[in-house]
Design a protein around this ligand. Structure first.
Ligand code: XIL
Length: 360
């Protein structure tokens, strides 16, 4: 425990010993500068103990930070009512020192490292599991959102409510299985009460790639709005691991979110190089796809940011994700494992520059 604490502190507090390479052909910081000029966030997800190289790149090139794991319920809470905020506290201080916006990811997620290990047992032992879960959710939202009120601009309040490839609720989701759809109302209302200024998102995966899932997501959001649930935005994760993105489809989806009066963000973008393996120059094809995704967001005023899910190709969740680890290294990000910008970096800069130019 002590060791983890020391290394987390060292990762955030000590100055970097190695300076990462500057982007080829672009002065350092070009990406963040282009994003600021376009008025749309270039975000990055960083895990709890970034390397010096990752820290430097994140500070220099991105305007928004998502903590890849540190704010999820499971890593935060080892026992009922017990919280350890060491990691997010350090990371959020660091983001603020570097003028980065923070996206809070994520309050209620029924998969992977979302639910805390004790939750299932706690509900099984409860006389009234629905009432107990409601109480625990309210406590969790007020504790975590309340702690960072005014500092975390956006929260992914509910993550991945729908089944993997369909438009209905995931029946395995512990929150849905216990409370039905009203768990989402409870989640948003509690988060809103804890920080009325926070912009509250419903975040979903694979909706960009599965039309029936996108339709199901929109139907869910419409029901929430009809019930006056304080949902302010829809996040599309944009893990394009089954096929490459289509710019027009993505833009039309963002426009549909906008038509509901909501913000949109692409919250967890990555594009494995294997998607482009049949192309003569896969890195150039990956770059075009990156440019397309950012351009889709930049064409829609409601789309306020795009976040890539990791700094560099040496550290991507896809290399350990059961559906994609067999194609490791996936090389899905903007920087290679040595910190050099890839062609995709240039394509994203150019997408931002084109959007900034069009605004003038
Ligand atoms: C992933 C992290 O990247 C991994 O480090 C962790 O082991 C599991 O979660 N959708 C989400 C993210 O909303 O929280 C997930 O992050 C990736 C899929």
């Amino acid at each position: 425990m002590r060791f983890i604490f020391m290394s987390v502190c060292a990762a955030f507090v000590l100055g970097p010993l190695i300076l990462p390479a500057a982007p080829k052909g672009y002065p350092p910081g070009t990406l963040a500068e282009a994003a600021r000029a376009a008025g749309v966030h270039a975000g990055v997800a960083v895990d709890h103990a970034p390397s010096d190289m990752q820290r430097k790149i994140a500070e220099r090139e991105f305007t928004s930070l998502t903590l890849e794991n540190a704010l999820k319920w499971s890593p935060l809470s080892s026992a009922v009512g017990r919280y350890d905020f060491t990691r997010p506290d350090l990371a959020i201080d660091w983001a603020e020192q570097n003028g980065m916006r923070v996206r809070g990811h994520t309050l209620f997620w029924g998969r992977m490292n979302g639910p805390p290990p004790w939750l299932e047992g706690e509900l099984a032992a409860a006389e009234d599991p629905a009432a107990r879960l409601t109480e625990l959710m309210r406590l969790h939202a007020s504790t975590v959102v309340g702690r960072y009120a005014g500092r975390i601009e956006q929260w992914d309040v509910v993550n991945e409510p729908l089944s993997a490839f369909g438009g209905n609720h995931d029946p395995q989701n512990i929150f849905f299985a216990t409370l039905g759809e009203p768990y989402i109302d409870i989640a948003f209302e509690a988060a809103h009460a804890a920080d009325p200024a926070a912009v509250l998102f419903l975040n979903e995966t694979l909706a960009e790639l599965v039309p029936v899932k996108f339709d199901g997501l929109m139907a869910l959001v419409e029901r929430l709005l009809a019930r006056d649930v304080p949902v302010h935005g829809v996040g599309l994760q944009a893990h394009f691991y089954t096929r490459p993105p289509e710019r027009d489809t993505l833009q039309a989806q963002l426009e549909r979110i906008e038509s509901l009066g909501l913000y949109a963000e692409l919250t967890e973008l990555d594009l494995p190089l294997s998607l482009f393996k049949k192309e003569s120059d896969p890195l150039a094809a990956q770059a075009r796809a990156y440019g397309d995704v950012f351009a889709a967001c930049l064409a829609v005023p409601a789309c306020t940011g795009v976040t890539v899910w990791g700094v560099d190709d040496g550290d991507t969740w896809l290399d350990n994700f059961f559906l994609t680890e067999r194609q490791a290294p996936n090389r899905p990000l903007l920087f290679d494992k040595l910190g050099w910008p890839k062609p995709a970096y240039g394509a994203v800069v150019e997408a931002f520059r084109a959007a900034a130019q069009a605004k003038r």
